[in-house]
Design a protein around this ligand. Structure first.
Ligand code: 9Z3
Length: 405
């Protein structure tokens, strides 16, 4: 039966049966089982945060792969706010992407060595002890304490993956292992998962040799407007990755758990529509939509219940500077959707109801905008600090509902 015509369960078996499980899976499962048991015992909420991009290998013994932009900022930052809210966090992340707490000092434009110095009390050979520079002491102490707290109290489990297939195996296993948590479980799917891959039966075993590629393959265009060219181009033929959100919602995850997925788009015209379609298709609880260009400053919550669409924005004066971000595009996805006659049930909050985190969001935005947005004495706000408390409140409601039924 072809993948298009099979049921989600059949597609699941076909996919997972065609791969050997990742080498680290058994070890990760054992760690996750112990972690979950510990927090079930403590009646603590546990969130599975997925983070970073997935690779799509071109060869079984992989030399080359397709990757994406995600550094794991959303996931690593959100994990910290979940920990702050009292959750235990399973952090399923792309290996070497950003990690909670250490993210403040890794992958950054300042190398971690810039935070350090030798102190003045040099030893006999003139060498000083390595210390943190004075201006970074407070910030680093704060991060270090939170990190230690999470570690000492067994609140953070780090599980790495690399390929899209490893990610799928890990997600399925961990979701199943989380079942004893029931309503105390949350899934926060922030990883940027590839939509396309090369199925195992078509994947080259060894490094693809440029000398093996035939010269007379037509490689350029999908229409007749260009004549076939003799070429040694490498053509990559990708299949769609099976959509497993169905299976997560309907099979793998604990009963009554809360499932939050992300939808990433680059076209403001598509964002809200695609987020809503995803919510309808998978019947989970929340899709958080974001545009690549504005993701650090605004997101939209798309829910099955009123207000259906809610924008969360960092006030202008408190936005982090982002090299890749485009501030001019803030608000575009909201206006575009409204102008296309979105359903009357759609509510946006920037003008009517204050957006999330009243004090720090809509109201303050207006004030600082009127002030000319002088940000000289303001600390940047991370948008995850506005997102996570909202989710915690939604989760609380869900847990209360579950306990009444
Ligand atoms: C997101 O949309 C995340 O917010 C980002 C975060 C990947 C944009 P960064 O790592 O970026 O902080 O730089 N994640 C989900 C993207 C995704 O692949 N979603 C799937 C889809 O859109 C559904 S689960 O189809």
């Amino acid at each position: 039966m072809s993948a298009e015509h099979s049921s989600p369960t059949e597609a699941e078996s076909a996919y997972f049966n065609s791969y050997p499980p990742p080498k680290a899976l058994e070890k990760h499962e054992a760690l996750a089982r112990a972690f979950v048991a510990h927090h079930v015992e403590a009646n603590r909420r546990v969130v599975l945060v997925t983070s970073g991009g997935t690779t799509v290998p071109l060869e079984n013994q992989t030399v080359r792969f397709i990757d994406n932009f995600s550094a794991g900022t959303r996931g690593a930052t959100s994990a910290e706010y979940f920990l702050e809210a009292g959750y235990a966090v399973i952090f399923l992340h792309r290996q070497f992407s950003l990690l909670p707490y250490s993210r403040h000092y890794s992958h950054s434009t300042n190398c971690f060595l810039d935070f350090m110095d030798e102190d003045d009390n040099g030893g006999p050979d003139g060498s000083g002890r390595i210390v943190v520079r004075n201006e970074y002491q407070d910030a680093m102490r704060d991060v270090l304490r939170k990190y230690r707290y999470a570690k000492n109290n067994n609140l953070l489990l780090l599980l790495p993956f690399t390929t899209v297939t490893e990610y799928m195996f890990e997600l399925r296993s961990i979701a199943n292992i989380m079942r004893p948590l029931g309503a105390n479980a949350m899934f926060y799917l922030a990883a940027a998962v590839s939509d396309f891959f090369i199925p195992r039966h078509r994947m080259a075993e060894h490094k693809i040799q440029s000398s093996d590629i035939p010269e007379d393959v037509y490689t350029g265009y999908n229409d007749d407007s260009h004549p076939p060219a003799k070429s040694k181009k490498l053509i990559i033929d990708l299949d769609p990755v099976p959509k497993f959100l169905h299976r997560l919602v309907d099979g793998w995850s604990p009963a009554n758990s809360m499932i939050v997925s992300f939808k990433l788009e680059t076209d403001p015209n598509l964002l809200v529509y695609k987020a809503r379609t995803s919510l309808q298709r998978y019947s989970h609880h929340l899709v958080i939509g974001n545009l690549l260009s504005t993701r650090k400053w605004e997101v939209v919550f798309v829910t099955p219940d009123p207000p259906y669409e809610r924008w969360i924005r960092v006030p202008k004066a408190r936005r982090s500077k982002s090299v890749s971000g485009i501030e001019d595009q803030i608000g575009l996805a909201e206006r575009k959707d409204a102008s296309q006659g979105a359903s009357s049930a759609t509510t946006t909050t920037t003008t009517t109801t204050p957006a999330v985190g009243d004090e720090s969001a809509a109201g303050t935005t207006e004030k600082h905008a009127a002030d000319g947005g002088d940000d000289s004495e303001h600390v940047d706000i991370e948008i995850e600090s506005l997102i996570v408390p909202q989710l915690v409140a939604m989760h609380t409601k869900k847990i209360e509902q579950a306990s009444r039924n």
